[in-house]
Design a protein around this ligand. Structure first.
Ligand SMILES: Cc1ncc(C[n+]2csc(CCOP(=O)(O)OP(=O)(O)O)c2C)c(N)n1
Length: 341
């Protein structure tokens, strides 16, 4: 087999009017998706401001640009399914239903945080809502996710595990181990690579020999899917297909979702490794912007109506920030609560 040429595929595309209707088929649904994506974006922007004011310390990785994936996941899973994710994880928790106040308080390191203020940005966890972590060590959560899926197979609980990773994770050893066992043991699992084009500042073509990550699926006995994230609706439907394949037939799927992050890798990264033209081309493809276009062009919503929703979301996030500021620091003993020695 000859290696496919290097260089980014999935170039930006305009949506035809048929595509627009297919991606945004129902006003109420698009409105809901718009609001949910906006909640994540405004949460992240609020957190970025708090970070700049010195209220949040440590790492802070923002999900701006990738929100549609989390919103789609929340709609695609069933109660009891498990989501295992990376350190870029606030958006997923919010989409799954974790309240913004405790999420923000976690970033502030406060007692009322999602995990008591001792996990921080990278270790969100909310088991009752399906959020099984927040993992900081790139690629090392893949065997953990395979373990969850193995537990489901063993106990016959009928649940599916969804394991998210970045494109920078796919060369990491434990990814291969976890995927091999998932294929070998027919585990009810879906692996999703959120290909946002960069791992820190390094583009994908400098980290993998074949840029189509799903080319690996066959070797693991997985089904595969690969697409650019355009709308929540399409992303949800394609995820659902993979989830049901895992649930009904216990066949894993490897999905590569082509997306883009508009901010640097973390708050300390000014993202100087990419051209302004590139960023503005991707901005035109931003699923949140596309939902706005659809609401205006297909469903005649006015700027004022959209602005009113935005204002509600902004005040929800302002309240989250106040909640975080007013929350006390964790009790000193909390530092040792979950440590096994
Ligand atoms: C095993 C390991 N190596 C290196 C790091 C440092 N590191 C943190 S994020 C990152 C890049 C990961 O990029 P990607 O998987 O594409 O995810 P993205 O940040 O784009 O969402 C690296 C190398 C780490 N956390 N863990």
């Amino acid at each position: 087999m000859t290696k496919p040429a290097k260089g980014p595929d999935f170039p930006p595309t305009e949506l035809s009017s048929d595509d627009l209707k297919r991606h945004f088929p129902d006003k109420e649904e698009v409105l809901k998706h718009y609001r949910e994506m906006l909640r994540i974006r405004r949460f992240e922007e609020t957190a970025a401001r708090a970070y700049t004011r010195g209220k949040i310390s440590g790492f802070l990785h923002l999900y701006i640009g990738q929100e549609a994936i989390a919103v789609a996941t929340a709609e695609a899973i069933s109660p009891g399914d498990r989501v295992v994710s990376t350190y870029r994880t606030h958006g997923m928790a919010l989409a799954l239903g974790s309240p913004p106040g405790p999420c923000m308080a976690e970033l502030y390191g406060k007692k009322d945080g999602l995990v008591g203020g001792i996990g921080g940005s990278m270790h969100f966890f909310d088991r009752d809502r399906g959020m099984w972590g927040g993992y900081a060590i790139v690629g090392n959560h893949i065997p953990v996710a395979a373990g969850h899926a193995f537990a489901s197979k063993y106990t016959g609980d009928g649940k599916v595990t969804l394991c998210f990773m970045g494109d920078g994770a796919v060369g990491i050893g434990p990814v291969h181990e976890g995927m091999t066992l998932s294929g070998l043991w027919d585990l009810p699992i879906v692996f999703i690579v959120e290909n946002n084009r960069f791992s820190m500042g390094t583009p994908l073509h400098r980290t993998v020999p074949v840029e189509d990550i799903t080319a690996r699926a066959e070797g693991y006995g997985f089904a595969s899917d690969r697409f650019r994230v355009t709308s929540v609706t399409e992303t949800r439907d394609r995820l659902k297909e993979a989830i049901e394949r895992a649930r009904a037939r216990r066949q894993p799927t490897l999905i590569e979702m082509i997306t883009y992050r508009f901010r640097g890798h973390s708050m300390s990264d000014p993202a100087k490794y990419r051209q302004k033209d590139e960023v503005s081309a991707w901005r035109k493809q931003d699923p949140l912007e596309r939902a706005i276009d659809a609401l205006q062009s297909l469903y005649n919503m006015t700027e004022d109506e959209l602005e009113a929703i935005d204002e509600e979301v902004v005040s929800e996030m302002d309240a989250a920030m106040r909640f975080a500021e007013e929350s006390p620091p964790p009790d000193p003993e909390a530092r040792f609560a979950n440590i096994i020695v």
